[in-house]
Design a protein. Structure first.
Length: 250
């Protein structure tokens, strides 16, 4: 029985599965060695330049699917199918750093057809298949987090959802507590500003305990019905929704 190109590639030790499409439509990525121009001799840089041109020319005249290249810390080749990877293996195998791609054809279809799907070894926190995210800017914009938190508490079963720490840090009660601590002018014991008395690195204290201007609240859910409910109520505030498909489900 003949082994397909994709199966041969997946058997390589430098292959790892991709969790999302690259540039929304490429499910395969090959990383080739790309030396830094400051740390390499002229001859090596010329060799790599000619190699990259060879790859570009081959793809231009032979690749029937969508492709893209990018020279960065590595020379990356992005492909919508694996056919051209065999040519790169035959010609530049020793220069391949790693290959990313789908686990199988079903995985490839999932990556291309539903960009909200992510592939992971396990569910989030080994339990939650869905994640809803809301990115808000500034204190007033973030007030919706407390409303969303209360909605989850009132509407969903305990253990069927999980909130990230953003909901706690941006709550009115927590911010009131931190602002009182921050704005107190002096420590009664030594008359020093309390921000310095508590922590000499008061800027770090401010960064850790006060809500950032840009914050993303994430709600992890077990049930798809709960996802639908949140979308019905808070659709305008939701910026991204993701669903996990585990490797053993592919």
């Amino acid at each position: 029985m003949t082994t397909s190109i994709s199966e041969q590639i997946r058997s390589r030790p430098d292959f790892s599965y991709g969790t999302k499409p690259f540039y929304k439509k490429h499910t395969w990525r090959v990383a080739l060695v790309q030396p830094h121009w400051r740390e390499s001799n002229r001859n090596l840089l010329q060799e790599i330049w000619h190699r990259n041109r060879q790859v570009e020319d081959y793809l231009k005249y032979n690749e029937t699917g969508s492709y893209k290249t990018r020279a960065d810390r590595s020379f990356f080749v992005y492909l919508s199918k694996p056919d051209s990877i065999q040519w790169m293996i035959d010609n530049f195998n020793s220069q391949i750093e790693y290959i990313n791609g789908p686990v199988n054809s079903k995985h490839q279809d999932i990556l291309l057809n539903d960009l909200t799907v992510v592939t992971r070894p396990r569910l989030w926190y080994k339990k939650f298949r869905y994640k809803i995210m809301s990115t808000r800017y500034g204190e007033r914009d973030q007030e919706i987090f407390e409303e969303m938190q209360n909605f989850c508490i009132d509407s969903f079963e305990h253990g069927e959802y999980k909130l990230n720490d953003t909901f706690r840090i941006t709550s009115k009660s927590y911010q009131k507590k931190m602002n009182q601590l921050w704005q107190r002018t002096a420590n009664k014991q030594n008359s020093q500003p309390i921000r310095k008395a508590l922590n000499p690195n008061w800027k770090q204290f401010n960064a850790v305990y006060r809500a950032p201007y840009t914050a993303t609240g994430s709600i992890y859910l077990v049930s798809h019905d709960d996802v639908v409910t949140l979308h019905m109520v808070y659709k305008q505030y939701i910026t991204k929704t993701q669903k996990v498909v585990t490797l053993d489900e592919l």
